[in-house]
Design a protein around this ligand. Structure first.
Ligand SMILES: Cc1ncc(COP(=O)(O)O)c(C=O)c1O
Length: 314
């Protein structure tokens, strides 16, 4: 369960956790008009550090732009405010959730005049798919639900509304006893998990679906592609047929919440050795060494929370 922290940032001010409320007739409630982010802050020897905060904030501003939502803060300001949020709440490791939403005003679908509200919250959050998932792997299914077709709900925007589709995928998987579901794109190629990107490894080469396969452009996906290059694992973006999952040596999820989570079975068919494979293990090792501060942050992914300045509205 969610354990409250002291403060939430709202439109430039820190307010008590319990005061971060919206009216039930806010546009977002009826029409799903929000965009958001999920970001992790890690405890490093140099104190708390936020992982790729500017890239996450940039994606949120992009997500808003697709929906013609103007965000009245710069990427630098919001990144600074997120660091301040961690400081104000005296957190070491935590999960950060910035949300941009269309607020209270008109009740029609057109929300041109409704205020845009921005909230930044954080709380403590452990492993998304369970403590053992990182080493043992998870059991997943191919979902009967597809991801959104192109030119319907834009997949490149991390919009609240897209997570109705994610909920269908996740609920079906859980109802059938799996940890997670993998959705196909409208053409039948592999897309992604309900909240994770996916990589498929065979003969030492990794593949991941391209952005055109209705995936979210994951920050962890990008990080893993760079780490793979660093350690000599070739990665290509390619349309991947469903059956590649069943004959893969390794399959793994990537995401802020899931980090790098191996998949040990798909539709009850064992993947590779049935536990974490060597590529996932090598990538985890690099990833965790950087975020835990035991290896240099050679890609400049971490922003130390204690070096940031307070932020004011633009
Ligand atoms: C649908 C979906 N795909 C992929 C991801 C992974 O993205 P990231 O690595 O930026 O967290 C997420 C999580 O945000 C997601 O919700």
């Amino acid at each position: 369960m969610l354990v409250p922290t002291e403060k939430i940032w709202h439109n430039g001010q820190f307010i008590p956790w319990n005061d971060a409320r919206i009216h039930v007739l806010s546009h977002v409630v009826s029409y799903g008009s929000s965009v958001f982010e999920g970001i992790r802050c890690y405890a490093t020897p140099a104190g708390p550090a936020i992982f790729r905060v500017r890239d996450h904030v940039r994606r949120m501003v992009d997500s808003a732009k697709i929906y013609r939502i103007a965000v009245p803060y710069t990427i630098e300001q919001l990144s600074g405010a997120l660091a301040e949020l961690v400081r104000v709440n005296k957190m070491s490791a935590c999960y950060l959730r910035p949300i941009v939403l269309r607020g209270y005003g008109n009740m029609g679908v057109f929300a041109g005049e409704n205020p845009v509200e921005i909230y930044l919250a954080c709380w403590e959050w452990g492993r998304y798919l369970g403590e053992e998932a990182l080493s043992e792997g998870v059991d997943v299914c191919v979902s009967s639900w597809n991801r959104m077709a192109p030119n319907t709900l834009p997949a490149l925007s991390k919009a609240g509304a897209n997570y109705m589709n994610s909920q269908l995928i996740k609920m079906e998987a859980m109802a059938n006893g799996y940890d997670e579901g993998i959705a196909l794109d409208p053409a039948g190629y592999i897309s992604e998990g309900s909240g994770e990107n996916i990589f498929v490894v065979r003969d030492g080469k990794a593949m991941t679906p391209p952005l055109a396969a209705s995936v979210l452009p994951g920050i962890t996906r990008d990080s893993v592609m760079r780490l793979a290059e660093d350690i000599g694992i070739p990665v290509v973006e390619a349309n991947i047929p469903r059956e590649a999952l069943y004959i893969a040596d390794e399959v793994f999820f990537t995401g802020t919440a899931a980090e790098i989570t191996p998949i040990r079975s798909v539709d009850h068919i064992q993947v590779g050795s049935g536990r974490r494979g060597p590529a996932a293990e090598a990538l985890q090792k690099e990833f965790f060494a950087i975020i835990e501060g035991s290896k240099p942050d050679r890609h400049n992914w971490l922003t130390a929370v204690n070096a940031q300045q307070p932020v004011t509205a633009a």
